[in-house]
Ligand binder design. Structure first.
Ligand SMILES: Cc1ncc(COP(=O)(O)O)c(C=O)c1O
Length: 352
């Protein structure tokens, strides 16, 4: 495909998307197909010769559409809202065209600088404390875009694990990281998303599912009791994933009660507000995040309620230094003269 054909086909694809979204109400939301429906409809082997674009594009209606779940339909009420918008689609098209890879500041300065500024805007929009802002001079706080809320939960857990291992080793230098890791225990309510369990599986740490109250919220006393039992059994509490807006019932854990308990025990609190975080843009809902000042990290998904398409998770930490310690690698080929002055997002995330 050359540039002239790209111009033509690009316009056709835009028309196709606009027609699809305009007429989406007339489609059945969940497809009526069985597992394996697609295999007989397409070739067994990848074609050795390229095919004309028309053939490929016709397959969208013939092969793909029959198996599509129409997440953008106003009649889609399963899972969670995952709405995009025309500006989001255009932004993604531009991002694909420019194809930026921003693991360090030097790998594309504008990419890093835009992320830094916009993450501060977003933090202010939802009323996060100033400690989470890049522009706050006396902290190392700041925001980073992760792919998913599940990844943010894991990133926070790995940072918390690094911090607790450092702290325990400073008191008991003869204990190895593996010995300490084997005694670590994380907490969440019995309503938390399954990604917390997965993060613990990956991090090789135990997880205590603490019973929620009659309104499905995690409360201070229940956590205090769980911690006391676990410490009696020789375990080391280090991480709480509190949920603001649970998957099942949109319940809100009580940070005002949980905060002081965790502060006393040096427990990192990560807030998973994947689903409901966008609601904090409205000042009238902000009381549901009272106690957020006690937390070390916070994440929500603009890809759920902010009409930014999947996937996009906004995550903030109070101490980007903790993420640096967890993810610090320094290969020769990524070094640059502004390292240490500029942000290198690779040390705030898993990739690279
Ligand atoms: C509270 C909560 N946390 C985490 C997730 C997982 O989000 P993601 O797909 O971004 O990992 C969900 C998804 O619905 C959720 O409701």
């Amino acid at each position: 495909m050359d540039a002239d054909e790209f111009r033509q086909r690009g316009k056709e694809v835009i028309d196709f998307i606009a027609d699809y979204l305009t007429n989406i109400r007339s489609r059945r939301v969940f497809p009526n197909v069985k597992p394996g429906y697609m295999r007989p409809m397409i070739a067994d082997e990848a074609p050795k010769q390229g095919e004309p674009w028309e053939n490929i594009f016709n397959d969208i209606d013939r092969v793909i559409m029959p198996g599509i779940t129409h997440w953008e339909s106003p009649y889609m009420h399963a899972y969670f809202p995952a709405l995009n918008s025309y500006p989001s689609l255009l932004g993604d098209m531009l991002a694909n065209g420019l194809n930026q890879i921003g693991f360090t500041w030097a790998s594309s300065p504008a990419c890093t600088e835009l992320e830094t500024v916009v993450m501060d805007w977003l933090a202010k929009m939802i009323g996060l404390p100033n400690d989470f802002l890049h522009s706050q001079a006396d902290t190392t706080g700041g925001g980073v875009i992760q792919t998913t809320a599940s990844e943010a939960t894991l990133v926070a857990l790995l940072a918390a694990r690094k911090e607790v291992i450092r702290r325990i080793q400073s008191q008991f230098p003869y204990l190895s990281p593996a010995e300490i890791n084997g005694r670590l225990i994380a907490y969440c309510s019995d309503q938390a998303h399954s990604s917390v369990e997965k993060a613990c599986l990956i991090g090789l740490v135990k997880l205590h599912l603490v019973p929620s109250d009659d309104k499905l919220r995690l409360r201070g006393n229940a956590l205090r009791q769980a911690i006391a039992n676990d410490k009696e059994n020789g375990l080391i509490p280090f991480y709480l994933c509190a949920t603001l807006g649970t998957t099942g019932a949109c319940a809100f854990d009580n940070l005002v009660e949980l905060g002081p308990v965790c502060e006393r025990e040096h427990i990192w609190i990560h807030v998973d507000a994947a689903y409901a975080g966008s609601a904090f843009i409205c000042p009238e809902f902000r009381q549901l995040m009272n106690g957020v000042e006690f937390t070390q990290s916070f994440a929500f998904n603009p890809s759920k309620w902010m009409m930014v398409h999947f996937d996009c998770t906004a995550m903030w930490v109070k101490s980007s230094a903790a993420l640096h310690r967890a993810f610090n690698v320094d290969p020769l080929y990524l070094q640059h003269e502004n390292a240490g002055v500029a942000i290198d997002y690779m040390v705030m995330s898993i990739d690279q």
